[in-house]
Design a protein around this ligand. Structure first.
Ligand SMILES: Cc1cc2nc3c(=O)[nH]c(=O)nc-3n(C[C@H](O)[C@H](O)[C@H](O)COP(=O)(O)OP(=O)(O)OC[C@H]3O[C@@H](n4cnc5c(N)ncnc54)[C@H](O)[C@@H]3O)c2cc1C
Length: 373
């Protein structure tokens, strides 16, 4: 095997960015090993039998506030508009979500100006000055009725825990808006890679200095390859240390793909179900990709406790265990130049833009620490 400068575990967004920068900026040779049979990590997309592009691991709505990241990624892709619109189904009626003036008017059956809506929520919200959990946080923003109708059951299904047993930050990520902005997120840039994520990442690592071995777990190769400069590990942190301090807990999902013999199934890309049915959301991706097709595909998401690690469970016990693994990881970085980066290794839910921005920072760190002959 040819000597490499970087050995990279995982071929997700984090890995692709670091390999690309190492090749382009430093002329380093990288070997990426990926246990799945494709690149792109959880951003992986593929063409379904119907001809529609699907995101295999849940819908990925690319959005960012970083113009620098957009400029960087635009070397590898063109963009199409995102149209990320979400509705929540409450008692057989679809409401815009996150909650905004349109939601409030439909829900309370009366018109609101922004000031009137604020005053109304002020009169019904529960006065928790310093909310200690997600239930208190949402009730302090919108009151009990909206909390119970829009958040409670969805959160219980998604996390397998009551919102009062989850950090305030879990539901705190969802904005409440006093305007008529129906978009799912606030970020100024909301577009998708025109030919898909997988094509964008394939372009990124299409370089003579980058090789990829699919279907290969890092554990199979870690003792065989001695990189000249560093290792970048983007897999689960506890796995790297053989779970010696116990497992870190993740939530997972099952995706059920249903094909329909009609052009459109739902009015927007995502419908949320904050109720007793087993699935949390349905996604008809065609609304965002702009593909025309007489048939359609909708993906149903069923949360579960075991399976692929998707969402770190935000509870104190996990944070404490992660901190202890992090201490081990810091020693590994200092002594063996193994850098732990990405959503699995950092045990954080991060969107892909944050993952790639962090990867750019990690690249700079590796560059500063490098051996110079
Ligand atoms: C359901 C869901 C929805 C999401 N929606 C969005 C969204 O709308 N917008 C957005 O921007 N982001 C979204 N994300 C987040 C996005 O997927 C991540 O931010 C991004 O994929 C992180 O990139 P990464 O490279 O750090 O990790 P990953 O994409 O997870 O890639 C890590 C790779 O490492 C591989 N690997 C792990 N262990 C090993 C090992 N031992 N050996 C070899 N390979 C290994 C894995 O197979 C994987 O391919 C979503 C994530 C999920 C789970």
């Amino acid at each position: 095997m040819e000597p490499v400068d970087l050995l990279i575990a995982g071929a997700g967004p984090t890995a692709c960015v670091i390999a690309e920068r190492a090749a382009a900026v430093l002329g380093w040779r990288s070997l990426i090993v990926e246990k799945r049979h494709h690149i792109g990590g959880n951003c992986f997309d593929e063409v379904h039998d119907s001809g529609l592009l699907l995101h295999r691991y849940g819908p990925h709505y690319f959005r960012t506030s970083s113009q620098a990241l957009v400029t960087y990624l635009s070397r590898f892709t063109d963009w199409i508009d995102g149209h990320y619109l979400v509705r929540s189904l409450v008692r057989d009626r679809l409401y815009p979500f996150p909650i905004n003036l349109n939601t409030l008017e439909a829900y309370f059956g009366r018109p609101f100006t922004a000031t009137q809506a604020r005053d109304h929520l002020e009169s019904i919200r529960e006065p928790f000055a310093e909310p200690e959990n997600s239930e208190q946080l949402v009730m302090s923003l919108v009151g009990r009725a909206l909390y119970e109708d829009f958040y409670l059951e969805y959160t219980k299904k998604q996390w397998g825990r009551h919102p009062r047993d989850l950090d305030a930050s879990v539901c705190g990520r969802i904005p409440v808006r006093y305007n008529r902005d129906d978009r799912y997120t606030d970020a100024p840039f909301q577009k998708l890679p025109a030919a898909g994520y997988t094509a964008m990442f394939a372009n990124m690592i299409d370089h003579p200095l980058i090789s990829v071995r699919l279907g290969t777990d890092y554990s199979e190769i870690r003792r065989q390859v001695e990189p000249r400069q560093a290792t970048v590990y983007t897999g689960p942190l506890d796995e790297y240390f053989d779970r010696s301090l116990g497992p870190l807990e993740w939530r997972s999902l099952d995706f059920e793909v249903r094909e329909f013999d009609k052009e459109w199934v739902q009015p927007c890309v995502q419908v949320n179900y904050p109720d007793a049915r087993d699935y949390t959301r349905t996604v008809e991706l065609k609304h965002t990709t702009g593909q025309r097709n007489p048939r359609s595909v909708v993906i149903y998401e069923y949360p579960r406790a075991d399976g692929e690690p998707y969402y770190p469970v935000p509870a104190a016990s996990n944070r404490e265990r992660y901190a202890r693994y992090r201490d081990l990881a810091d020693v590994e970085t200092r002594h063996k130049r193994v850098y732990f980066c990405g959503r699995l290794a950092e045990y954080r839910y991060i969107n892909s833009d944050t993952a790639m921005l962090n990867a750019l920072d990690t690249f700079e760190r590796i560059r500063r620490d490098r051996h110079v002959d």
